[in-house]
Design a protein around this ligand. Structure first.
Ligand code: ZN
Ligand code: ZN
Length: 285
């Protein structure tokens, strides 16, 4: 079984307020758990602070060991890293997998963000060991699961990920540029990454009017998220990377719209902080 729990579901910037209380205001961070295996974290947005609190409680005196699969380095996907409390103890270790950077190493790019003057503490001063692995368009084993990384269209180099074992599968495309002309064609590389997964977590930041104004901003419409799910024959689509200007009622309407488009071919729901899913099951747990 693969268990999936959402700790941050927003795109762009956090937006905690009453109007977003139900779906949540933290940026991208998803915990993936497989029995007998160290945690896998999808992105390190501001939700990572809350995930860190939970894991620290669970671990007690044990140091944290785990892997973060980072889609790309926009703020909303790494801002939680220095607030992830399990890293504040000696003996802990986090492996960060992410796409190679044109500007230099992945470590150097993250360190530029986690160091003065942008942050008071340098990444190198954090007590835990933080290792970086640059990966794109590869498949590798992590314990009992197979992970595939594939570059997807966005603003700047960005990975989508597929996680699979004998009992379940999911694909994670947090930030994904839909075709600029508003068409719904899905690249073969995306279909290959997502094909047949139990759970597809996909960018659904805009409606059609918003996309008209922001087509080149790197994101998908709800309609395009449905198109990717349909072309990839997935079991369940989870709308993700909600725009910070969208309140809970807007997202309710987006889910209703996506369900209409899906027309019963697969289940549709919206990511919400605290929501847990089990890959392969019919209902949220
Ligand atoms: Zn983003
Ligand atoms: Zn982005």
């Amino acid at each position: 079984m693969i268990d999936i729990t959402f700790y941050g579901v927003r795109g762009s910037t956090p937006c905690a307020c009453d109007a977003t209380a139900r779906y949540g205001g933290n940026t991208s961070c998803v915990l993936v758990r497989v029995d007998g295996q160290d945690p896998i974290i999808l992105d390190l947005g501001t939700g990572a602070r809350y995930l860190g609190e939970r894991l620290s409680k669970e671990l007690g005196d044990q140091p944290f060991v785990g892997t973060a699969l980072v889609s790309h380095l926009h703020w909303d996907h790494i801002q939680g890293l220095p607030f992830f409390s399990p890293l504040m103890r000696e003996g802990a270790s986090l492996q960060i997998v992410g796409p190679p950077q044109a500007s230099g190493s992945l470590r150097a790019a993250v360190q530029a963000f986690v160091s003065p003057p942008l942050f008071p503490v340098d990444l190198g001063e954090i007590p835990a060991t933080v290792d970086f692995v640059e990966q794109s368009n590869t498949t590798f084993a992590l314990g009992a699961v197979t992970i595939t990384s594939a570059e997807v269209a966005h603003c700047g180099v960005t990975n989508g990920y597929r996680i699979q074992n004998g009992s379940g599968s999911l694909a994670y495309l947090s930030d994904h540029q839909a075709p600029l002309d508003g068409s719904l064609g899905v690249p073969d590389s995306v279909i290959e990454l997502c094909h047949g997964v139990d759970v597809l977590i996909h960018d659904a930041q805009y409606d059609l009017d918003e996309f008209d104004r922001k087509a080149s901003w790197g994101h998908s419409t709800i309609d395009y998220a449905v198109a990717v799910a349909a072309a990839s024959d997935v079991g369940r689509l989870v709308l993700f990377h909600h725009d910070p200007t969208h309140d809970d009622a807007w997202i309710d309407d987006a889910v209703a719209h996506a369900r209409e488009l899906a027309d019963g071919r697969f289940e549709v729901l919206a990511a919400a902080e605290g929501l847990s899913l089990r890959s392969g099951d019919d209902q949220p747990v």
